[in-house]
Design a protein around this ligand. Structure first.
Ligand SMILES: Nc1ncnc2c1ncn2[C@@H]1O[C@H](COP(=O)(O)OP(=O)(O)O)[C@@H](O)[C@H]1O
Ligand SMILES: [Mg+2]
Ligand SMILES: [Zn+2]
Length: 291
């Protein structure tokens, strides 16, 4: 471009920049009909003067697309968190909605579990956890799965492991050809937002097993991360196994020990297929049962 060509553009530019803001003209939008276009005059043309209805529709479409992408990303994240939680297949579709309450104690237990899940952020800050004890078949793992579902929906990471699997994961690091160090495994178990240790059993009472278990529990306690410990034991047996101090640490703050003191759900269903299977009533946070 020569100097003279550039010069010939200058007056129009100056006009645009200095003199012609707020120019208007009559226009017709093919979709919305006539409108008064308001923009900048550039020579013969008025620029930046699209139909206001079209502009609003465009902005709404962009906002909807962004919201859709965000929602999709959230769904993917929650799906990944659920996958990583490692719940056994049987329990992936267990939640508060399909937990039935065959007796008042079950209502109370479900409410506390639900409150724990819904208020997980508070528990995460305080490091307060839960202990479930009671006979097999009373729905302890079911409620752990229900909690997992709510907590992962809130974007938090959950790891479900039986005690046997946790001990194996640590002991597998002892061999010379181990892929991970003991420290790495313990660090991972320590870091997850909610650790669920299921099937605590008196059989894990060797000093090595107990040491590992206590190291996991105490590490999480120090970092104020909640742990859910589940055992097919009575509270007394659990206390005898872990000690009062450890149970106290697990439930410090707003945590709770919940006794699943009723008969096996399976047996009850077997006996009476027409049990009143009401859903868990909505949780009233101001009326949380005293723990
Ligand atoms: N209150 C309940 N409502 C619905 N299903 C239940 C209930 N209690 C137990 N179940 C079902 O019975 C089976 C055994 O329960 P589970 O959670 O494994 O018991 P636990 O862990 O106490 O041994 C599971 O399939 C579970 O979903
Ligand atoms: Mg179980
Ligand atoms: Zn338009």
């Amino acid at each position: 471009m020569s100097h003279s060509q550039i010069d010939s553009h200058l007056p129009q530019r100056a006009d645009t920049l200095l003199g012609a803001a707020g120019a208007t003209e009559e226009r017709v939008c093919p979709k919305h009909g006539p409108y008064q276009a308001a923009g900048y005059r550039f020579g013969e043309r008025v620029l930046g003067a699209e139909c206001p209805h079209c502009r609003t529709a465009q902005q709404q479409a962009t906002a909807a697309a962004t919201a859709g992408r965000d929602a999709e990303r959230r769904r993917e994240r929650v799906a990944a968190l659920r996958e990583h939680a490692g719940l056994p297949l049987r329990f992936r579709e267990r939640h508060f909605g399909n937990y039935q309450t065959p007796c008042p104690e079950a209502v109370k237990v479900a409410r506390v579990a639900c409150a724990f899940a819904e208020r997980f952020e508070d528990h995460l800050g305080a490091g307060s956890g839960l202990v479930f004890c009671g006979r097999p078949g009373t729905g302890k793992t079911h409620l752990a799965a229900a909690i997992t579902r709510v907590v992962t929906a809130g974007g938090r990471a959950v790891r479900y492991l039986t005690v046997a699997a946790a001990l194996r994961a640590v002991k597998d690091t002892w061999g010379p050809s181990a892929g991970q160090t003991t420290h790495q495994v313990l660090k991972t178990l320590r870091a997850v937002d909610l650790l669920i240790l299921d099937e605590v059993d008196l059989q894990y009472s060797s000093s090595a097993d107990k040491l590992i278990l206590l190291e996991i529990i105490n590490g999480r306690y120090e970092d104020m991360r909640p742990t859910l410990l589940i055992a097919n034991l009575t509270y007394e047996e659990m206390e005898g196994y872990l000690g009062e101090r450890v149970l106290g640490r697990l439930t410090e703050g707003n945590g709770a020990v919940l006794a699943f003191g009723w008969d096996s759900y399976r047996r009850q269903v077997h006996l009476d297929p027409h049990l009143p299977l009401a859903d868990v009533p909505p949780v009233d946070w101001t009326q949380r049962p005293s723990l």
